[in-house]
Design a protein around this ligand. Structure first.
Ligand code: PLP
Length: 424
């Protein structure tokens, strides 16, 4: 029965039972972590072949004969560009490969706008007012980049179809101080939402007042399916070209959650104008990326089919963890009216909404029972969830047995926090 329908006495009884259960967890001295979306050790083993790939090779040239041990090819190996292009659905000619982090490339894109500006517009550092749109809940590190550069961050609600497009269109139409938006269009972090066809079309057709408006299209989870019925995402690059808006789009991805986080290959895809600006920016700071890492990824992955085969291995490890979390939520809090959550077809997160005002309390209760979750509020700009209700679960890292224990504590904490709130 939903907690909201219980009498005070019934609720007090529930609270007392939950408190006893919770004390039992505390006595176990657990030390479990569901905080960050990291692949597990088992997943990392799937890509050990990357490390073997170069040992087996006496020459270090790619198919064009470029010696990957040396300087050159500032924008990356053509073979790796092909793989990246096929992952995100863009022509390889529009791809620039970087080093080990797509987040760093996003940082550099914003940095370039800040210091030099885009499309002949005033550099953002010279503006009194500058704003960035942030679909919420979203990825804390995105928000941190634009906070670092002094943007005012504006929350945009996320729906099952993606961000609130009516609001976005309305806001950007007249306000040229809005310089861009963060998007994770497939298996969004943390809601798991994939933007609908209509949402993607509306993004491609967006007509902002700011001529230097940039859509930061972070397709981090483009090949990270976890079911036989994966989501599909419309190709925004093609649509932008049709609309003549390709200067508005920067598409990012990396192999961080395909091979090794922190030691994969990152890239971006964008228009010729943006590539020109980004080239100037990049070539001022580096002579070129780590091509040996790109080469060993090419030798290991071969092509997009290699990527897809590897991702099936990731799915085999990840899918049971997601199903376990969903099952335990369903069984423990399903009909109590104290939490709602998504059931994503891919990606790395489950987003749980608890009763308003309870997220911080749930995270605190979990912590005091030895289970570390992502901080409440982290999925919002400035770390402030206006409803204090969203919690991001990252089930990938702990082994299944640990995940089960952590979820027991989590479910108990959701109920305890809800009972506490309703009693007071
Ligand atoms: N983008 C999103 C949406 C992420 O969730 C993450 C990592 O969790 C990253 C980017 C980081 O990517 P990279 O390792 O390529 O910097």
């Amino acid at each position: 029965m939903a907690y909201a329908n219980l009498s005070k006495a019934e609720l007090q009884k529930v609270f007392d039972e939950l408190s006893a259960e919770y004390k039992g967890y505390q006595a176990k001295n657990l030390s479990l972590n569901m905080a960050r979306g990291k692949p597990s050790a088992k997943q990392l083993e799937l890509a050990l072949g990357v490390l073997e790939a170069l040992k087996a090779r006496s020459e270090f040239a790619n198919s064009n004969g470029d010696d990957c041990r040396n300087y050159g090819l500032w924008d990356g190996l053509p073979e790796m560009k092909r793989i990246f292009a096929d992952m995100v659905g863009v022509p390889a000619s529009q791809v620039i490969l970087g080093n080990n982090s797509s987040l760093m490339m996003m940082f550099e894109v914003i940095s370039r706008g800040f210091s030099h500006g885009y499309n002949g517009c005033t550099p953002w550092c010279k503006l009194d007012k500058k704003k960035f749109l942030c679909p919420v809940p979203g990825y804390d590190r995105h928000f941190a980049v634009t906070e670092y550069y002094g943007f005012e961050l504006i929350n945009i609600p996320m729906y099952a179809t993606g961000p609130d497009m009516d609001l976005i269109e309305k806001l950007v139409k007249d306000d040229d101080s809005i310089k861009g938006i963060w998007c994770v269009p497939k298996y969004s972090n943390p809601t798991g939402v994939t933007y609908s066809d209509e949402t993607v079309r509306r993004f491609a057709a967006l007509k902002p007042a700011a001529k230097d408006f940039k859509i930061m299209w972070d397709n981090a989870y483009c090949v990270h399916d976890l079911t036989d019925t994966p989501d599909t995402l419309l190709n925004i690059y093609d649509l932008c070209v049709e609309n003549g808006t390709e200067d508005q789009i920067f598409i990012f991805a990396s192999t961080s959650k395909i091979s090794f986080p922190g030691a994969g290959v990152a890239g971006l895809a964008t228009s010729d104008n943006n590539i020109r600006d980004f080239k100037e920016h990049t070539l001022t700071s580096t002579i070129g990326p780590d091509k040996l890492n790109q080469l060993r990824h090419v030798l290991f992955l071969h092509d997009i089919n290699g990527v897809r085969a590897l991702m099936k291995g990731h799915r085999a490890i990840l899918e049971p963890k997601f199903r376990l979390c969903e099952l335990m939520l369903e069984e423990n809090v399903g009909d109590l009216g104290v939490a709602e959550w998504n059931k994503p077809n891919g990606g790395y997160f489950i987003s749980v909404d608890v009763l308003d005002g309870c997220a911080k309390r749930v995270v605190q209760l979990c912590k005091e029972a030895g289970v570390i979750l992502t901080d409440a509020g982290a999925t919002f700009p400035y770390g402030k969830d206006p409803h204090d209700s969203n919690i991001r679960l990252a089930p990938s890292f702990p082994p299944l047995e640990e995940l089960e224990q952590a979820m027991e504590v989590f479910c108990c904490s959701i109920k305890l926090a809800a009972a506490e709130k309703l009693l007071n």
